[in-house]
Design a protein around this ligand. Structure first.
Ligand code: PGA
Length: 232
């Protein structure tokens, strides 16, 4: 079983959610489909696909206006949450330490965090991809091996560009080995960044790639369904 995770970012109304779920209703797949929706849409996991969230507070409760806690997500029956997406790191100054704290908060509430890591274009150009990815990984992972890792090169997000298959293979090998050294086996690893129905199959067939994290192409069933179908 592979994971196909959608990330709607700050998109989606209730009508759009309903239309999307209706379109996906009869899709036959052996894979696990999760759509990380805005908080306003996370209720109602009763459509055969799993709805996840895109953020969680590192705090349990209290005076943190606008934040949503793990307990609240648990109440809403959320089972997966993205943490450390590069847009959160960029626009909300989330550091590796914060990302780790968020992952811990998720696990405490029985929610699987999908921890996002990935290098910038400057890192890549300077030949620092492996060092950066490894450092981010080690600084973001909680002790309990109860998480998913999403490798998303920042420069690949929304750009239509992806690393070569060889580059993805090498990074996943490093992530896999690093987690092994930490005593964590069987952690699912996802690739994200400009995934579409033309490249999904090739990427998912790479060694150690257990799934995909899809942004733009997950917004409409017209572009998401072909990805699901291309993988089965
Ligand atoms: P993209 O986004 O598929 O639009 O590149 C991926 C993501 O941000 O998770």
């Amino acid at each position: 079983m592979k994971f196909i995770v959608g990330n709607w970012k700050m998109n989606g109304t209730l009508d759009e959610k309903e239309a999307f779920l209706k379109a996906l209703k009869n899709v036959k797949t052996n894979n696990k489909i999760i759509i990380c929706m805005p908080f306003t849409l996370v209720y109602g996991n009763d459509h055969g696909i799993t709805i996840g969230a895109q953020n969680i507070s590192e705090h349990a409760n209290g005076a943190y206006t606008g934040d949503i806690s793990g307990q609240m997500l648990k109440d809403a029956d959320v089972k997966y949450v993205l943490v450390g997406h590069s847009e959160r790191r960029l626009y909300h100054n989330e550091t590796n330490a914060i990302v780790k704290a968020k992952a811990i908060a998720a696990i405490k509430n029985g929610i699987t965090p999908i921890i996002c890591i990935g290098e910038t274009l400057a890192d890549k150009k300077a030949g620092r991809t492996m060092t950066v990815v490894k450092k981010m990984l080690l600084e973001c992972i909680p002790e309990k091996c109860k998480y998913i890792i999403a490798y998303e090169p920042r420069w690949a997000i929304g750009s239509g560009k992806t690393p070569t298959l060889e580059e993805i293979t090498a990074v996943f090998e490093t992530i896999h080995k690093t987690l092994h050294q930490q005593g964590c086996e069987n952690i699912s690893l996802l690739y994200g960044g400009s995934v579409n129905s033309n490249n999904a199959k090739q990427i998912i067939n790479i060694k150690n790639v257990d799934g995909l994290l899809v942004g733009g192409a997950s917004l409409k069933s017209d572009t998401f369904l072909p990805i699901i179908k291309s993988i089965d």
